[in-house]
Write a protein that binds this ligand. Sequence first.
Ligand code: NAG
Ligand code: NAG
Ligand code: NAG
Ligand code: NAG
Length: 344
Amino acid sequence: MKASLIVLSIATSTAVAQTTSWALFQGSSCDLDIPSFTAANANLPTSGQVAYTDGQLVMTLEPPADTSNVNNTGISVIGTTPLSLLYGTVEATIQQANIGGVVTYLTLINQVSRDEIDFEWIGNENTQVWTNFFYRGRRERNPVTLDEIWSEQITMNSDNTIASHDYKIEWTPIAITWSIDGTVVRVQNKSGTYEAAGTGDGLPYDHYHYPDTPLTVNVGIWNDQDTVWSNGPVNWADYPQGVTAKISSLKVSCYTGTIPTYTDPIIVPSGTAAYLTAAETIAPPTGNSSSSSGSSGSSGSSSSGSTSPTGSSTNITALPGKSGSKDFETLPLLAAIVGIAVFL
Ligand SMILES: *[C@@H]1O[C@H](CO)[C@@H](O)[C@H](O)[C@H]1NC(C)=O
Ligand SMILES: *[C@@H]1O[C@H](CO)[C@@H](O)[C@H](O)[C@H]1NC(C)=O
Ligand SMILES: *[C@@H]1O[C@H](CO)[C@@H](O)[C@H](O)[C@H]1NC(C)=O
Ligand SMILES: *[C@@H]1O[C@H](CO)[C@@H](O)[C@H](O)[C@H]1NC(C)=O
């Protein structure tokens, strides 16, 4: 079901997007600053059950209508900026949910290109957070260790389910930097992501495995009942009031440096290639040379399925703690977001 939502959405986008400019944060509109959530904010429209309490956006993942079927998922909450960001900084103060099977997230994502940069909290990993980035929806695994490349789990020394922390993503044409409470916890240089055609993520052209398309900013909470990576399923009968996560602030700043132009293809599940010929425009396909590369095919997912890759883990030096790796799967998040976008 999730996969078909991706296909539906992307097929629609492709059909209409060929001459459509991205709506970008530009000029003074770059700087979105919500120091507290006292009421609904036009810069972060939401769907799902939300409340504005004590300056916080309280997001409640509500139980499914029928809690007797374990496959029924809770009702997601998502807040999405209407405009996209092409490089820049996103910072949010977040208190994650505390139930296994429930995922809280701060995600920059493009539903057409499937580029993504995120923080993700799994409900019962109270002192940990995942950092991830995707290029064209692709994940890849170390062929020997099977660890997922490009995902890292950060361990903190506090319980993130009872305290808010400041999480920041700085995305430039050079590097992605993740910080927590002002401490850099991960840096990923673009230069370190180069992959020749057919290597790494398998895409059939030389490229950097590095997000380079405009991304919307999203915060939310969702639940996946059909995988074990998120430590679910939730027994929804136990949570009639739902499960909450809280956002107390959100700040977005545009990148002010020069934005390089690029020509990497965007390969969508239909196998059609759209090319970015300028920073803001998707031009019509210029050829049929792109292969759908199998896994990017109509399953709508290069990486979902029966296997659950593991990410590598790292420790915060400034925030000492225990570390461990965990089965991990991100694409359902994309599916959740796309699903909401389609049915809004
Ligand atoms: C839940 O989903 C699994 C996997 O698709 C399926 O095997 C199982 O029968 C489903 N359970 C119910 C109660 O629908
Ligand atoms: C990342 O790039 C910066 C700036 O070019 C450089 O100083 C740093 O050594 C690079 N780090 C890695 C891990 O490549
Ligand atoms: C795809 O491109 C090849 C080589 O340019 C060409 O021979 C072929 O007819 C094209 N196929 C379609 C469906 O356009
Ligand atoms: C993280 O810290 C734990 C315990 O302090 C240690 O066992 C582990 O090797 C560390 N992991 C990394 C990636 O540094």
